[in-house]
Structures are given as structure tokens and as C-alpha cells.
Design a protein around this ligand. Structure first.
Ligand SMILES: [Fe+2]
Length: 411
């Protein structure tokens, strides 16, 4: 959560709020009501649900709790659009979000307008704790903007007509950089977010760590290198895999990144395209990243190694989301943008971790079991959302996000 000494003024906050809310609507503009209602699998959500849930978050934690005369848009909708907050009571089962043909996409847009107007009216008089919740709500909505794109990609990937969500940007003409190794810091270092500015509770407190001798790669693993892994029998060699990973490969019949198709093509937000062999590999699980690293006589970086390596990198640069439209990982990026990078570190609490106050304390802390940390940012991450201390997390079999890897090794 933001600290009270945050330099954010109510006017700046209001402008960021309205820009964030507008971007979500813009992302939904190319979709029909039918497109927006589909849930391609239980862990993904319909686009319409993302639009409504992010609105429910502001309505519940800011307007209902901090604006005395606010009336809920529809009292029944909390049941539909509460995601996982036990403190907010019963809710519609997550795997059944795709069953909601009503409310319509237009009704959800009306809900958004109602809440936006109430937020705008209330904001100048809100107490600091409510302004902090708006900041949290903006960051929450940015996370859902990324999920919106990855979930609509998963939705369209189910359609044999292979519809395009939009037109992809023209890729840069960048050759694959040769792989080189950077000697990382050894010994005492610090990771985690400082007390200044916004960070999620899970990024704090900043704390000391000890780094063992190690090296970290200058760039991500590319599609071309992944092709070599496949050609060398990577998916058919059990000794490369963790036990759980091998069971998953067998059970799910996994033999390539999620959206790779025959004939060296892949399904993207721009429809089916030729695979760019110089671009970083994406849509791979932790299990796959781990197996590839073993095949390459390397390993995944730890979160601390990655964060120390990225400490002086600018999180604002790279191929990230700047406006509504189709996105795709591109060759030649740095530490932020294109793909999130799997680390070998568990998403567990830092020493001294304290969840945020109130029901929003359920935001991160209760997921600190069975998930791995991903660092950086992807092509679908709104620019300005991430930072070196950012801790994205997913279970080891998840592979529908823009997830890739960077190698590390002991030194
Ligand atoms: Fe959410």
C-alpha cells in the first residue's frame, strides 16, 4: 500500500484513475457481447467479468466503505463479481463465470460509468486511507488489464476460425543477441520495496539477503532456442523434468509452448502468425522453464539474483502496454517487457511481512503457497505498473500468461 508520505496528489490520482478506467474500456472495444462472455478455462475469466470485477473493487472498498450516502448500483452484483474475498462473503463459483450471459456487456459498461462518476465526485473529500485504496484499485485494475488480454487470447485460441483481437505492431528487425553471462553480486544484498511510493504488501519489507556466487544471462531464452530443445527430445526426456512436471507433461500431452501450431506458426492476439525465432519464448509453464534450464546445463535465477541484477534497470522501458491493441513479445528486449521471467523462488512472505489492513489483506498473503515468483513485466503489462521488487506469481503448471525465462548458473 502507498505510504502517507506518498507524493501523489488527489488531482494526479484522479487523472491516473480515469486513464486506467478508460484503458480497460478501450481494451474491450473490439469485443462483442458474446466474445466478452466466454470463459475458456476455469483459471481464466470472461472479459466482461474483468470489467465488472475491477469496478466492484472500487465500489466496495472505496465507495461503500468511505462514502456515507453512496448507494450500490445493484446489491446482487457483489455475489457475481467478488473474486476471492472471504471477508466479503459468498460468491459465484470461479469456474462458472462463463455462465453469466446477464448482465450484458452494455449493462456492465453502465455499471462502470456509475462507479466512475461516484468516484470522481467523492475523491476530493476522501480520507488518506481511501486514497490509498484508490491507488490499490488502480494497480489492481492494471493487473486485470493484463489478464484481460491473456484471457481473450485464450478465448480466441479456442475458435477454429482463429480470430484476431487486433493488428500486431510491426516487429523490429533485430537479430538474436549472442548469449553472454553477467557475474552477479556475491554476498550481502537487499531486496524488496522501500517504504516510498506504492508497492503491494507482498513486496515489503525490504530486507537483507545473501547471494551465492552466480552468473545470469544477458537476455531471455528465444523461440529459436526452444525449437532446439524440442528437436533434442526435451519434452520426451524424463530426466530433464521435475517429478510433478513430468507427470503434467504426460497427463496433458504437452509438447510445445501453449500457442505453437504446426508449420512454425503460433496463435497470437493478431491471429495465427509465423513464429519469430529471435523473440523470447512465451506461454511456457514453470515446469517447462525448469526443464529447459536443466537441458541447457543451467538453472532459473532466484528472485534475489534477478532483483539485484535488475536494480539499476529502468522499469519504464521495453515492450509493454501503452494503449489498447494487440501485443506480442518482440526480439531484443531488456529486463522489463515482452515476457515475465520465471524464477525458482517460492512466493512466500518476506521476513516481517504484514498483510494490508482490512479485507484487502486477502489480496496477496493467502496465496503464499504452491506458487512461483515471476519478475519483470510483459508486453501486456501496463507501462509503469511493474518495478524490480514486483512479485508476480503463478502455480507451476500455469502457461497462458506471457511467461518466459532467463537462464542463470552457479559460479
Ligand atoms: Fe481482482
Amino acid at each position: 500500500m502507498a505510504r502517507e508520505d506518498s507524493p501523489q496528489t488527489p488531482t494526479a490520482l484522479s487523472e491516473r484513475l480515469s486513464a486506467t478506467r478508460k484503458l480497460t474500456l478501450d481494451l474491450a472495444a473490439p469485443l462483442s457481447d458474446a466474445d466478452a462472455a466466454i470463459q475458456p478455462f476455469p483459471d481464466a475469466s470472461p472479459a466482461k467479468w474483468h470489467l465488472a470485477h475491477t469496478t466492484w473493487f472500487f465500489e466496495t472498498f472505496v465507495l461503500r466503505d468511505h462514502v456515507p450516502d453512496y448507494r450500490l448500483f445493484d446489491e446482487r452484483w457483489a455475489y457475481l463479481f467478488n473474486s476471492y474475498y472471504e471477508g466479503e462473503g459468498e460468491r459465484h463459483a470461479r469456474p462458472r463465470r462463463g455462465m453469466l450471459s446477464r448482465p450484458s456487456l452494455d449493462e456492465v459498461r453502465t455499471y462502470r460509468a456509475h462507479v466512475d462518476e461516484a468516484l470522481e465526485c467523492a475523491l476530493p473529500a476522501l480520507p488518506p486511507e481511501a486514497l490509498e485504496l484508490i491507488e490499490l484499485g488502480i494497480n489492481h485494475e492494471q493487473q486485470h488489464q493484463e489478464l484481460f488480454l491473456t484471457d481473450i487470447l485464450a478465448t480466441f485460441a479456442e475458435n477454429p476460425l482463429e480470430p484476431a483481437y487486433g493488428e500486431l505492431p510491426t516487429p523490429p528487425c533485430t537479430a538474436t543477441e549472442p548469449l553472454s553471462w553477467h557475474r552477479g553480486r556475491e554476498g550481502a544484498a537487499e531486496i524488496g520495496a522501500s517504504d516510498d511510493g506504492f508497492a503491494f504488501d507482498s513486496e515489503r519489507p525490504r530486507h537483507p539477503v545473501i547471494l551465492a556466487p552466480h552468473e545470469i544471462a544477458n537476455r531471455r531464452v528465444t523461440n529459436g532456442e526452444w525449437r532446439e530443445f524440442i528437436a533434442d527430445g526435451g519434452y520426451a526426456t524424463p530426466t530433464l523434468w521435475l517429478s510433478d512436471g513430468w507427470a503434467w507433461v504426460q497427463q496433458e500431452g504437452i509438447s510445445a509452448p501453449l500457442y505453437w501450431r504446426d508449420d512454425a506458426s503460433e496463435f497470437t492476439l493478431g491471429g495465427r502468425c509465423s513464429i519469430d525465432w529471435a523473440a523470447p519464448v512465451a506461454q511456457i509453464s514453470y515446469f517447462e522453464a525448469d526443464a529447459f534450464a536443466r537441458w541447457a546445463s543451467a538453472r532459473l535465477p532466484t528472485e534475489a539474483e534477478w532483483e539485484d541484477f535488475a536494480a539499476s534497470a529502468d522499469p519504464m522501458i521495453g515492450n509493454q502496454l501503452d494503449g489498447a491493441g494487440a501485443v506480442v513479445p518482440q526480439p531484443g528486449g531488456g529486463l522489463f517487457g515482452d515476457v515475465w521471467e520465471w524464477t525458482m523462488s517460492a512466493f512466500s512472505p518476506y521476513p516481517g511481512f504484514a498483510p494490508a489492513d482490512g479485507t484487502v489483506g486477502e489480496y496477496n498473503g493467502k496465496f503464499m503457497c504452491g506458487q512461483l515468483v515471476l519478475k519483470g513485466a510483459s508486453c501486456a503489462t501496463p507501462r509503469g505498473h511493474s518495478r524490480a521488487s514486483y512479485r508476480n506469481f503463478f502455480p507451476p503448471a500455469a502457461r497462458w500468461q506471457f511467461t518466459g525465462l532467463r537462464l542463470a548458473r552457479d559460479a
